[in-house]
Write a protein that binds this ligand. Structure first.
Ligand SMILES: [Zn+2]
Length: 243
């Protein structure tokens, strides 16, 4: 008797047109209004203590389109997340490159056409990841630090800088404290130079105005006139940079 082969059906592909189902969780609190949050493929409804089930359901139903769009966006972002592995895609300077591993005694990273080549000895995904991290930290200290200092000098606030830190943070690109600590996320080195320059400008201008006031944005604009375009660009693509 021959064993019949089980062919898995690809439900995901078949159902591509119909919206995916989702589970939702309801959290009651002292709040006065209903609000929706999306995270990790889940929908969270925050509502007042006394909101009825029907009311909550009606609220979810009336926001179906928004929920579906957000869920779709979340799953797309997840697919596009950077994975440092052989054959993976890296969104480098606004171009999608393919990651290649190359055997070699010398550790280095080469960008050739649409290939992002990681060269090292007996490379593994973990080793390659460390190599990319080191590469970006090096690039950031070569590029960001002198430019931030140069801009601060131009604005007459170089004495206010106590330290420029490079650090990978979970969500932020940069940070500036009133004590003069300017911090940049070195992952920004994956972005185009115009975006990096905007981030440099953003933090250094805080040494002049410690807020996001009109005066602050006027100063940013005088140095980086296309800043709003760069902010939008970063919002759209930044999910591809964290690894
Ligand atoms: Zn700011």
């Amino acid at each position: 008797m021959s064993k019949s082969k089980i062919v898995p059906l690809n439900f995901a592909a078949v159902n591509q047109q119909s919206p995916p189902s989702f589970s939702s969780e309801v959290l009651r609190s002292k709040r006065k209004t209903l609000a929706l949050y999306i995270s990790h493929k889940k929908v969270l409804v925050r509502c007042p203590q006394r909101a009825s089930r029907a009311e909550v359901q009606e609220f979810v139903n009336s926001n179906q389109d928004w929920i579906q769009n957000r869920l779709q966006e979340e799953s797309l972002h997840d697919q596009e997340r950077l994975r440092i592995e052989k054959g993976g895609k890296i969104f480098y300077r606004a171009r999608e490159l393919t990651i290649e591993f190359k055997e070699g005694r010398k550790q280095r990273i080469l960008i050739n056409g649409d290939r992002f080549i990681i060269q090292g000895h007996k490379l593994t995904a973990a080793k390659a990841r460390v190599q990319v991290e080191d590469y970006l930290i090096d690039k950031a200290s070569e590029y960001i630090i002198p430019r931030a200092r140069g801009l601060a000098r131009y604005l007459g606030v170089d004495r206010k800088i106590s330290e420029i830190k490079l650090r990978k943070t979970k969500t932020k690109w940069g940070h500036c404290t009133s004590a003069g600590v300017v911090q940049y996320n070195w992952l920004i080195m994956l972005a185009p130079y115009s975006i990096i320059d905007y981030m440099i400008t953003h933090e250094v201008c805080h040494l002049v105005h410690m807020d996001h006031s009109r005066r602050y944005w006027n100063l940013v604009e005088s140095i980086c006139p296309s800043h709003s375009h760069y902010i939008d660009w970063l919002k759209e693509h930044e999910h591809r940079y964290w690894f």
